[in-house]
Design a protein around this ligand. Sequence first.
Ligand code: GTP
Ligand code: MG
Length: 448
Amino acid sequence: MQNTIVALATPFGRSGIAVIRLSGDLSLEIARRLTRDEQFNPRPRFANLKKIYDLETCEVLDETIITYFQSPNSFTGEDVVEIACHGSPIILRQIIDFCLKLDARMADAGEFSLRALANGRMNLSQAEAVRDLIDAQTVAAARQSVRQLRGELSNQLQPLKDDLLDVIVILESSIEFVEDDLPDFQTENIKTKLRGIAENVGKMAATFQAGKLLREGLTVALVGRPNVGKSSLFNALLGHDRAIVTEIAGTTRDQLHEKIVIGNVPIALIDTAGLRETSDTVESIGVERSKRIMADADLVVALLDGSQKLTAEDDEILAQIADLRHIIAVNKIDLQNSPMSLPHSKSVKISAKTGAGLDELQKAIVAPFTPQDVETSGFLVSDARHNDLLLRAREEIENSISLLEQKFSEEIVLIGLHNAIRSLGQITGETTTEDMLTRIFSTFCIGK
Ligand SMILES: Nc1nc2c(ncn2[C@@H]2O[C@H](COP(=O)(O)OP(=O)(O)OP(=O)(O)O)[C@@H](O)[C@H]2O)c(=O)[nH]1
Ligand SMILES: [Mg+2]
């Protein structure tokens, strides 16, 4: 018998309602003990208003709504009880403690989903979709997770796996039953089929760049010498006054991080301390940090002050970012006396003050990361694990094609095809090892 597990399914903290979830054979018995109602025989999937009592003092702890999901018709496939109580951290802790006393144990990270997987309620890629849906930072990313949850990834993979299996069966049976080599026309057929599969697997993997972008987004650092308007731009992109802006050079000392969304892409935007030689201890630490952030960012937006001539400091910054992925933004174009001749053709002219050019800048920020050839309204592979396995499968298939061309025996060709189908199977979890599952589910949070 599996242990009965318990966890808070909603975030810890004060809230109107919080849900504690139990899963396992003891769930209903624990609910009976908590409610001091041995006759409690709830109709599955119906709400029951029940008082929960302190196990020791018999005082009423809370008035709750209890819902029972009878195995196998539950999220995990086991008996599940959900207790919706008031979101008081004190009460929540007490109820969970009582569940533990009644022989439930705390759920591990992702354990509810793992049980759902073990009981065939969903496949691995669907369980991962639950995690990604909860973690989604944008509407577009959430939509993609829901598509995966509804089985789109598995549905796209199934015909490819079926085709691959067909080829494997032909080759296997030719080893068993055909005395001589396969006739040429059949080898040609097999090659064509394999090429088609490899191409489709490759097409799925090609959506990963866009999928990863939607899911993980980009880190974008605003850099430049003091007073060019980094914090002003930071605030303008954010839409509110987050950073302090003054006419004093060296205003920003520490980095500020905020999240924004540009064209469905979640962006971690960082305002940095202006880069310059300085004897001020605090400022110089800030400058050092700015340099580190620049190196780590996916994209650096280097700001210049368009109302002034380029300075030696600007030149130095431009040299520093030359090898990094960057955009140059010339700020303060609202000022009449704009003497700056643009240093580079690929700069964007903006005014953080009036908002001029900000649309263009936003487009320029995401453009280098958005692949042109991917139809983003389709299903996107967004998990590095899936992408890895797709690429591995394609490579194995391509290898097998080349072995076929070199007229290697069926046994040799088959090795790669078996590897390929195993890789595709690992995406949905059909061919997954125990420690792989442990690794994947450790990325879930408790209560999922
Ligand atoms: N006219 C005009 N003034 C601007 C513009 N952007 C920023 N400023 C002004 O430039 C000055 C410096 O702006 P900040 O945003 O603090 O500059 P910063 O790059 O963050 O400066 P440090 O934090 O010191 O590195 C302030 O007085 C802003 O009002 C702009 O587009 N047009
Ligand atoms: Mg600043």
